[in-house]
Write a protein that binds this ligand. Structure first.
Ligand SMILES: [Zn+2]
Length: 389
């Protein structure tokens, strides 16, 4: 068997490592950086970045996930301002947009569909600074963009989407609201577990998946109850990055396939949906990859593989994931579940699941979710769930 592993060229990690951004920019010979950012992610640090990079042009991303409209708008601004490199400072949406901007700035005649078929793809120098832990987008060769003409999400993959430099500094994750911290951390844990049990898993993706599971499981609860614990935040950020490498070089599976369908239907955040589905997907898949799940349980410190779904259920309970989704329980009718199952089957992540589901299997998984959501009564708003600093 032959394996491949794609990684960023350089990784700079540690508390306050964002101060290295100007040096890294200089080393990449970027004279006028195009900085894509989201205001909510770097509110308090924006002026510091402006001082550090006085020649930069700052582009604030609109709310929500990137679209082809946003891509064209950003590209036009990059060209007018003669920018010669791209820096992303933000969560997955910001990094995904920046990947496409860096590529299309030098390939204006390409389409998103052309990209996966190209052997070589030039782009502008590209640095990614994630502010969530996280989507792992800073480590992956995929970008997710909504094609507004086709009215659907496209996710072209190419090694050129991987940044030249990644800066991992937990100081930049402190502005993230607690629910987003929970959603993204549970998403990262799902990336690591799904990459490890995927049919595409290999000795190199396993290496990063196992380290990711360890980093995330040891720190996820600490970050939730002690949001100012920077060491735990840094470990979570590292885990999220390793999980990104793992799934970019393996795959995600059924928790993502079902989670995507749920997110589209109810306009819920990706990480929340994936966290909601994961315990049931593991119950369904357990026997087909028992030894792999056993290894995961050992890394987390569980006595039995049977406890793995319970562990994730409990994490969801502690982080208010079940409560955050209770309002969808009455909307999950048998008819809606049938639609969700069909959408799940038409997406990615089915064939890489160790046990390939049919439509009835997926319907059962969604019905289990419905039942679980009915257990805790009353709707709890996220604002009520936030932890006091
Ligand atoms: Zn995910």
């Amino acid at each position: 068997m032959i394996y491949e592993l794609f990684l960023p060229i350089k990784i700079v990690a540690g508390i306050d490592s964002f101060q290295r951004l100007s040096v890294e920019t200089e080393q990449r010979k970027i004279k006028r950086p195009f900085i894509i950012y989201s205001r909510s992610a770097i509110a308090s640090q924006l002026n510091i970045f402006k001082q550090e990079l006085p020649n930069a042009h700052f582009y604030e991303i609109s709310k929500g996930e990137p679209t082809t409209f946003e891509l064209e708008k950003a590209l036009a601004e990059l060209i007018v301002n003669n920018c010669d490199g791209v820096i992303a400072i933000g969560g997955g949406s910001v990094i995904d947009l920046a990947k496409a901007v860096a590529v299309f700035a030098v390939n204006p005649n390409l389409s998103l569909n052309d990209i996966p078929n190209l052997a070589e793809l030039h782009r502008l120098p590209f640095i990614a600074v994630p502010t969530t832990a996280g989507t792992g987008s800073e480590a992956t060769k995929v970008t997710v963009i909504t094609d507004e003409k086709l009215q659907k999400k496209v996710n072209p993959a190419h090694p050129s989407f991987i940044p030249d430099v990644v800066i991992l500094d937990a100081m930049l994750t402190v502005n993230v609201p607690p629910p987003v911290t929970s959603f993204t951390a549970l998403d990262a844990l799902t990336h690591a577990i799904e990459a490890f049990v995927s049919t595409k898993a290999n000795t190199m993706s396993d290496f990063f998946a196992k380290e990711a599971i360890s980093c995330i499981s040891r720190n996820i609860e600490t970050v939730f109850v002690q949001p100012d614990n920077m060491e735990a935040r840094q470990q979570l950020l590292m885990g999220s990055f390793y999980a990104g490498i793992a799934f970019s070089n393996s795959s995600t599976n059924l928790a993502h396939a079902t989670g995507r369908a749920l997110g589209v239907k109810f306009h819920m955040p990706h990480g929340q949906c994936v966290a909601l589905m994961h315990p049931f997907v593991i119950q369904y898949s357990l026997e087909s990859a028992y030894e792999r799940y056993e290894e995961i349980a050992k890394i987390i410190g569980l006595n039995s593989t049977q406890f793995l779904s319970g562990y994730l259920d409990e994490l969801n309970r502690k982080q208010y994931i079940w409560k955050s989704a209770q309002q969808i329980a009455p909307l999950l009718t048998d008819e809606v579940i049938e639609q969700l199952a069909e959408q799940t089957l038409s997406g990615n992540g089915i064939l890489t699941n160790r046990k390939v589901p049919n439509i009835e299997d997926i319907e059962v998984i969604f019905k289990q979710l419905r039942k679980r959501l009915q257990i805790e009564g009353g709707i709890v708003e996220w604002q009520q769930c936030q932890v006091e600093k």
